[in-house]
Design a protein around this ligand. Structure first.
Ligand code: SAM
Length: 294
């Protein structure tokens, strides 16, 4: 019998209304993403930098940050476009946007705004943005073609899109290594539709290409980006908590058996101690850098 309790929607495939499930999930999990923000920013920094470099934001431009989370890349985009420009962050998670707004205020970046909305369905002002960007926030649309079409309509004709998304889990040991530790206790995860909304829904380059083409985007470029990511240091307990809270496939609901939770923690702790170096933990990562034009 599998010990694996029901997990988030992309593990269970039990989606009555995908968009609503997504919204509930990200709002429920938002405080945890806020809590682990610094570790996540360390992990994702080089990926975001690579995608921003391909976007080439210029002074005075209006830029949209899709699935902006706690706002790290939105603030960076706001700095790059300067006072005459504007960076708008959109995200379904209200707790994450509260943190993004707080940080923008703290940094005195008045040229930012944040919208709580599903970026795949929100009615943006048509042809408003010069460029749109995402660091790992664009793989969760309930209807990907409609979602990307919505983004295309928000871009001015010729406007640029640049985003970074994960390749397959098998190419990302940052997820498979802790995932294997969890599977030692819970058993293997149930098979899921690889194209269902979730962190790996855009893992296949031909799928990205066909979605973007169908959505009317042009000049599509999909380039592999392979660079290990830093998970960082900290105590074993801190790292276990991070994995229990955020790792796709390791999220154990509160109602899980306490002995099962203890065994999952022990397995993750063993993995953490095995991979720890004096510089913390670094694991393999593989992503796509994608660019296109409206
Ligand atoms: C992996 S996190 C990345 C957050 C942020 N881009 C970063 O790099 O720190 C994915 C983000 O996408 C957001 N998200 C998921 N589906 C979304 C949608 N349909 N519209 C807007 N945001 C969405 C989540 O709330 C979450 O903040």
């Amino acid at each position: 019998m599998s010990l694996r309790p029901s997990g988030p929607f992309w593990q269970t495939g039990a989606m009555a209304d995908v968009a609503q499930e997504l919204c509930l999930y990200w709002n429920d999990r938002g405080p945890m993403w806020v809590e682990h923000r610094e570790r996540l920013d360390t992990m994702l920094a080089s990926l975001g930098e690579a995608a921003i470099a391909r976007l080439h934001p210029s002074t005075g431009e209006h830029v949209l940050d899709i699935g902006c989370g706690t706002g790290t890349t939105t603030l960076e985009l706001a700095r790059l476009v300067g006072h005459g420009g504007h960076a708008t962050g959109v995200d379904v998670s209200a707790p994450m946007l509260d943190e993004a707004r707080r940080r923008a205020e703290e940094a005195s970046l008045a040229n930012t705004s944040f919208v709580v909305a599903d970026a795949g369905a929100h009615q943006f002002e048509p042809r408003h943005f010069d460029a749109a960007f995402s660091r790992m926030g664009i793989m969760f649309f309930a209807e990907p073609v409609a979602g990307f079409n919505n983004l295309r309509r928000a871009l001015r004709p010729g406007g640029r899109l640049s985003f970074v998304c994960w390749r397959s889990p098998a190419e990302n040991s940052w997820v498979t290594e802790p995932g294997q530790a969890v599977a030692e206790v819970l058993g293997p995860p149930d098979p899921t539709d690889p194209g269902a909304p979730g962190p790996f829904s855009l893992a296949a380059a031909d799928r990205i290409s066909s979605i973007l083409t169908e959505a009317g985007l042009l000049d599509i470029d999909i380039t592999p980006h392979d660079l290990p990511v830093k998970i960082g240091g900290g105590t074993t307990d801190e790292l276990i908590r991070y994995y229990m809270d955020l790792l796709p496939g390791a999220v154990v609901p509160d109602n899980a058996d306490v002995h099962v939770i203890d065994r999952v923690k022990a397995a993750l702790g063993a993995m953490v101690d095995r991979r720890r170096t004096p510089d913390g933990i670094t694991l393999g990562a593989a992503a796509w850098l994608v660019s296109a034009r409206a």
